[in-house]
Design a binder for this molecule. Structure first.
Ligand code: FAD
Length: 325
C-alpha cells in the first residue's frame, strides 16, 4: 500500500515548511478579512472560507488522492502545516479547514466505495460542507454515554435525539452523526450515519459561543435513514470517531502555534514602540524573551509535527486502505 511521505524523516520536511509559508501569506491576504465579516454573518464568512480554501487546493489535504485528494494517503504533517499557516490570520478559516476534515475523514476511514465516491470529491473541492456530530448535553469526553438512538426499521433506520456544540451546524450539507444502535453496550454500541441536511425531522438551532463560529444544536425527531446511510459497520462507530479525532488532534496544536505566533509578532511591534529611543534588538530582556518564545514555538511545532507523523503511519495507512466491502 502506498503511504505518502513515509520517509521516516522526523518532523516537518522542506515541502511542509513551504506549505506553511504559502498558507500564512495567502491567509493574510485572502482569509484575514473574513474575521470582520464573521462579526456580521458567521455562516456566510464560513462558507466563503471553505470556497477560498478549496480554490487554494487546501481541502485536498483532507482526502486521499483516489477520491480527489492531494496525496495517496492523507499527509498529516501537511494538514498540520496548513492549519498553522491559516490560523496565523483567521480563526473562522482554520476552524472551517478542520471541520471539513472532521466530516470527511470518517467517510475516508469507514465509508463504502459508493459513499467515498459520492462525498469525498465534493468535500475536497468545497462543493459541499461537512460536519461531525458526536457531542451531546450529557456526553462530551464520555462518548459512551451518548443517548441519540438509531433504531432499525423495515427499510433502514429511525434516528432520534440531540447533539450540541456541532461546528458547521446549519451550513453543512452532510452530517456524520453518531448514535446508539445497541443502547446497553456503552461505546461498543455506537454506529455512525450520514445524514443529509434538510431531512424531515432534523432541526438546527444556532448556539452563541465565545468563539464566533457557526456552532449549533441538532435535534433529530424520527429522522428516516436508508440502510446505506450507515457509515462503516454497525456498532463500530466509536472507533471511527476516535480515529477521526486522532487524525485531526495534532492540527489543534498547530492552530495554537499559528495563533500564538500571530500574537507574538503583533506584540513585538508594541514592545518596540514603547520606547522609540531603544531599538528592540538592543533591549536585553526582550532579546531573552524573544529567544525563549521562539524556542517554545519551534518546540511546540515540532511536537505537533511529530504527532502528525506518527499518526500518519498508523491512522493514515488505514485511511488510504481500499474498501473491503
Ligand atoms: C469550539 C468548539 C467546537 C466544537 N465542535 C464540535 C463538533 O463539531 N462536533 C462535536 O461532536 N463536538 C464539538 N465540540 C464539543 C467538544 O468535542 C466537547 O466540548 C468535548 O468533547 C468535551 O466535552 P464537554 O464540553 O462536555 O466537557 P466534559 O466532558 O464535561 O469535560 C470537562 C473537563 O473535564 C475533563 N474530564 C472529563 N472526563 C474526565 C475524566 N474521566 N477524568 C479526568 N478528567 C476528565 C475534561 O478533560 C475537561 O477538561 C466543540 C466544542 C467547542 C468548544
Amino acid at each position: 500500500m502506498a503511504i505518502a511521505d513515509d520517509s521516516g524523516a522526523p518532523f516537518l520536511e522542506p515541502r511542509h515548511d513551504k506549505l506553511l509559508a504559502r498558507c500564512r501569506t495567502m491567509a493574510l491576504k485572502r482569509l484575514e478579512p473574513l474575521n470582520e465579516a464573521a462579526e456580521e454573518d458567521r455562516d456566510e464568512a464560513s462558507r466563503k472560507a471553505v470556497r477560498i480554501l478549496a480554490s487554494e487546493g487546501l481541502l485536498k489535504l483532507l482526502v486521499p488522492k483516489a477520491y480527489g485528494g492531494a496525496s495517496a494517503a492523507i499527509d498529516h504533517r501537511a494538514m498540520v502545516a496548513a492549519r498553522e499557516g491559516i490560523a496565523y490570520a483567521s480563526a473562522i478559516s482554520h476552524s472551517a479547514f478542520a471541520v471539513q476534515g472532521l466530516g470527511a475523514i470518517p467517510i475516508a476511514i469507514a465509508g463504502s466505495e459508493e459513499q467515498k465516491r459520492e462525498w469525498l470529491p465534493q468535500a475536497s473541492s468545497g462543493r459541499m460542507i461537512t460536519a461531525f456530530a458526536l457531542t451531546e448535553p450529557e456526553a462530551g469526553s464520555d462518548v459512551g454515554a451518548i443517548k441519540t438512538r438509531a433504531t432499525r426499521t423495515a427499510r433502514g433506520w429511525t434516528l432520534s435525539g440531540s447533539k450540541m456544540y456541532i461546528s458547521n451546524a446549519g451550513i453543512a450539507d452532510i452530517y456524520t452523526v453518531f448514535a446508539k444502535t445497541k443502547p446497553d453496550a456503552g461505546h461498543r454500541g455506537i454506529s455512525a450515519f450520514l445524514v443529509r441536511a434538510g431531512k424531515r425531522g432534523l432541526k438546527v438551532e444556532p448556539q452563541r459561543m465565545l468563539a464566533n463560529l457557526p456552532i449549533g444544536v441538532l435535534k433529530f425527531k424520527d429522522v428516516k435513514l436508508r440502510e446505506e446511510d450507515l457509515l462503516g459497520k454497525e456498532n463500530e462507530g466509536f472507533y471511527t470517531a476516535m480515529r477521526t479525532l486522532d487524525s485531526l488532534r495534532p492540527t489543534v496544536a498547530a492552530a495554537a502555534c499559528g495563533v500564538g505566533r500571530f500574537v507574538y509578532v503583533s506584540s513585538s511591534g508594541v514592545y518596540g514602540e514603547t520606547d522609540p529611543r531603544v531599538p528592540i534588538s538592543e533591549t536585553h530582556p526582550l532579546q531573552l524573551r524573544t529567544l525563549y518564545t521562539m524556542t517554545k514555538f519551534a518546540s511546540e511545532r515540532l511536537v505537533a509535527a511529530e504527532a502528525a507523523r506518527r499518526g500518519m503511519v498508523t491512522a493514515a495507512a488505514r485511511i488510504a486502505a481500499p474498501s473491503r466491502r
